[in-house]
Structure formats: structure tokens, C-alpha cells
Design a protein around this ligand. Structure first.
Ligand code: 5GP
Ligand code: ZN
Length: 119
């Protein structure tokens, strides 16, 4: 499935549900988490509806690689301090026991001055 009309994040990507966008291109979309764990907390999602990391195959390697390459750049733009004093955390919850609540693959990028801790 490339798009799920019932999916919250598909609706956010389409603009049917408002969000605070931090990045978009032809493949990826990033927006602030509505319940941030830390001073910086945004979600990066592929426009393609992939339910979770459990559905990923070799055909998605380029897409996932782009997400990993983009995350540090967007983290700095979003206000994370540079490595090593600053930095950020990347979290990809997968499945019910992995703590995933929204079933559209997403990467949490979390950072900023501590204290903060979750996940
Ligand atoms: P998960 O638990 O699936 O890894 O993370 C889902 C994330 O989506 C949560 O951190 C939650 O705060 C965020 N979220 C849920 N609904 C919305 C929404 O309507 N808008 C935004 N911006 N984030 C949402
Ligand atoms: Zn979706």
C-alpha cells in the first residue's frame, strides 16, 4: 500500500491534518511531534505508507539511508547542539511491544538541553 486514507501520518503528509513542518522533499516529510519529550522532537516519515520497520525490504534501503543521512542535518537546524557535547537520539518504535502507536514508519529525532528522558 502506498497510501492509507485512514492513516494519521498519511493525512498529515497530505495536509489534511495540520502539523508544524520542519522539512519536506519528494520522498520524505518531517514535522514536530505534538507531545514532545524534549526541547527538540520531530518525526521524519517517508511519504510512502510503510507500516513499520517490520515491513521494510531491500527496495527501501535507499529511502532509509536518506532518512539516516538527513536526520543529523535536520537535528542541527531544529536546534540540537553539535556533536559531541550536543547530539540527539533517533528512535524507531516498531510494533505493539516496540511501543509503536502510529503504524506509518517514522523516526523520532529528539534532543536539546537536558534534563529529558523517555523511550
Ligand atoms: P510512536 O509511539 O508510534 O513511535 O510515536 C507516535 C508519535 O506521534 C507520538 O510521539 C505522538 O506524540 C505523535 N503524534 C500522535 N498524533 C499526532 C498528531 O496528530 N500530530 C503530531 N504532530 N504528532 C502526533
Ligand atoms: Zn500512512
Amino acid at each position: 500500500m502506498t497510501h492509507d486514507p485512514n492513516c494519521l501520518f498519511c493525512k498529515i503528509i497530505e495536509g489534511k491534518i495540520p502539523s508544524t513542518k520542519v522539512y519536506e522533499d519528494e520522498e520524505l516529510f518531517a514535522f514536530n511531534d505534538i507531545h514532545p519529550w524534549a526541547p527538540v522532537h520531530f518525526l521524519m516519515v517517508p511519504r510512502l505508507h510503510i507500516a513499520s520497520m517490520a515491513q521494510v525490504g531491500p527496495e527501501h534501503a535507499g529511502l532509509l539511508g536518506r532518512m539516516m543521512v538527513l536526520a543529523p542535518q535536520l537535528a542541527l537546524q531544529a536546534g540540537c547542539q553539535p556533536y559531541p557535547e550536543g547530539g540527539f537520539r533517533i528512535v524507531v518504535n516498531t510494533g505493539e511491544q516496540g511501543g509503536q502507536e502510529v503504524h506509518h514508519l517514522h523516526m523520532h529525532v529528539i534532543g536539546g538541553p537536558r534534563p529529558w528522558r523517555r523511550g
